[in-house]
Design a protein around this ligand. Structure first.
Ligand code: FDA
Length: 393
């Protein structure tokens, strides 16, 4: 039996940040992970370059039943704080787009920084170890591990993330522990995930698989202007991943595939200036040619623009600027970048991430019902919430 001030389960982004902070404060820390390597999601993130934060990280970019919950942690440990840590380590980075910061080199640099930080702070990292049992012991906890060892601690931090990508070791363990201790869990669902279509709609877009367009994708008043990709199953790309966090089964999304261009007006102008042009040619100046070919064929436009009634041009314009489609589902946790929902923030302190009714038990990172947009926001939440718990344990 070993005794620690703090046991952290999950050596991902949030857990490692918390371990380093707690260690620096003089706490004895054990951090365990059932994976053979720490920070596996960091490693594969951002195409191997880790989109580690966003210059514009602010509470409005996070979804939660309680949108105010994330404010405290995000204010106390900001994107500028993490950038300062990255700079101090000498990791070169760049802004790709929309405030998204990526390593110039490799996401492994971020993992190495976090592992070095927690070790320098005296924390013990043990890999390939899962938890068999957690019990309350007086004011602390007893944690039994898969190798038969047992640790006692005053603070137990659950940093096991969400359910996305089970083949990378994601589990619902955080929710199980929550239930064990009577902590409420907001229903979870895959988010930042490609959306899928029913057979008929798929048949229609089949020729477009692989085509990408700049798009504005809207769900009610929420809209994202980013790239969109046609796939064999439906739609993907940043704008679709973003809207997937807001969309629910049975609802439609509206897509503008030529943002900033009124396609009907543009086609009418083309008809006036170049009446002998074919519709698909004129449309091909506004959207990718495979999409233009499909829409022109669907419009039944034969001959040139001069022979195409304005009514047809208007219908094509609508199809480009206001495509309404009801996805049937999503690709699920298999490909989702994050999990929406999770530990109910009503039961947590926003300053310490501790469970109000179970002092010493903390939940951080993606396990909590705080989900960021695509673009470095989710790592910022992991850093900020991990940091906040690290000050309190
Ligand atoms: P995280 O999932 O990182 O860590 C949890 C750890 O707990 C894992 O190491 C896991 O092995 C361990 N664990 C789970 N269950 C356990 C158990 N029962 N016992 C022991 N250990 C257990 N975000 C972003 O901001 N920028 C980006 O570029 C990307 N890119 C990206 C790409 C892909 C493909 C995915 C899937 C996700 C992203 N994300 C992202 C999201 C980001 O990876 C995610 O939000 C954070 O990693 C969450 O950090 P956590 O520490 O909470 O969980």
């Amino acid at each position: 039996m070993q005794a620690f001030d703090v046991v952290i389960v999950g050596a991902g982004a949030a857990g490692m940040m918390c371990a380093a902070q707690a260690g620096r404060r003089g706490r004895s820390v054990l951090i365990v992970d059932h994976a053979q390597a720490p920070g596996e999601k960091i490693r594969i993130s951002g195409g191997g370059r880790c989109n580690f934060t966003n210059l514009d990280a602010r509470p409005a970019a996070f979804l939660s039943q309680n949108p105010r919950f994330c404010i405290s942690a995000l204010r106390r440990y900001t994107q500028q704080d993490f950038i300062a840590a990255v700079d101090a380590r000498g990791i070169a980075w760049h802004e790709k787009t929309l405030g998204q910061l990526f390593c110039d080199g490799s996401s492994k640099q971020i993992i190495e920084m976090l592992v070095d930080d927690l070790k320098a702070a005296g924390a013990q990292l043990r890999l390939g170890l899962s938890v068999d049992r957690v019990s309350r012991m007086g004011e602390g906890f007893e944690v039994a591990f898969s190798d038969g060892s047992v640790a006692r601690c005053a603070s137990l931090v659950v940093a096991t993330g969400g359910k996305s990508i089970p083949k990378m070791g994601a589990t619902g363990w955080a929710y199980d522990i929550a239930r064990q201790f009577g902590v409420r869990v907001v229903e979870t669902r895959p988010a930042l995930v490609p959306l899928t279509f029913e057979v008929g709609a798929l048949e229609r877009i089949k020729p477009l698989a692989g085509v990408s367009v700049d798009a504005v994708v809207a769900h009610g008043k929420t809209r994202f202007a980013e790239g969109m990709l046609f796939t064999h199953r439906g739609l993907s790309g940043p704008s679709i991943l973003q809207i997937s966090s807001y969309w629910r089964e049975g609802e439609a999304i509206e897509i503008d595939m030529a943002p900033g261009t009124d396609v009907f007006e543009a086609l009418k102008a083309a008809k006036a200036s170049s009446p002998r042009q074919a519709l698909h040619t004129a449309l091909g100046h506004l959207v990718p040619s495979r999409l233009a070919d499909l829409l022109a064929a669907e419009a039944g436009a034969r001959g040139n623009l001069a022979d195409t009634p304005d009514k047809t041009l208007r219908a094509v314009g609508e199809a480009v600027n206001r495509w309404r489609i009801k996805p049937v589902g999503s690709e699920g946790y298999r490909t989702a970048e994050v999990t929406l929902g999770g530990i109910d923030t009503r039961d947590l302190s926003s300053t310490t991430m501790a469970v109000n009714e179970v002092p010493g038990l903390h939940f951080i990172g993606e396990a909590v019902d705080v989900t960021g947009w695509l673009g470095g926001y989710n790592f910022q939440w992991a850093w900020s919430s991990g940091w906040a718990a690290g000050q309190a344990v």
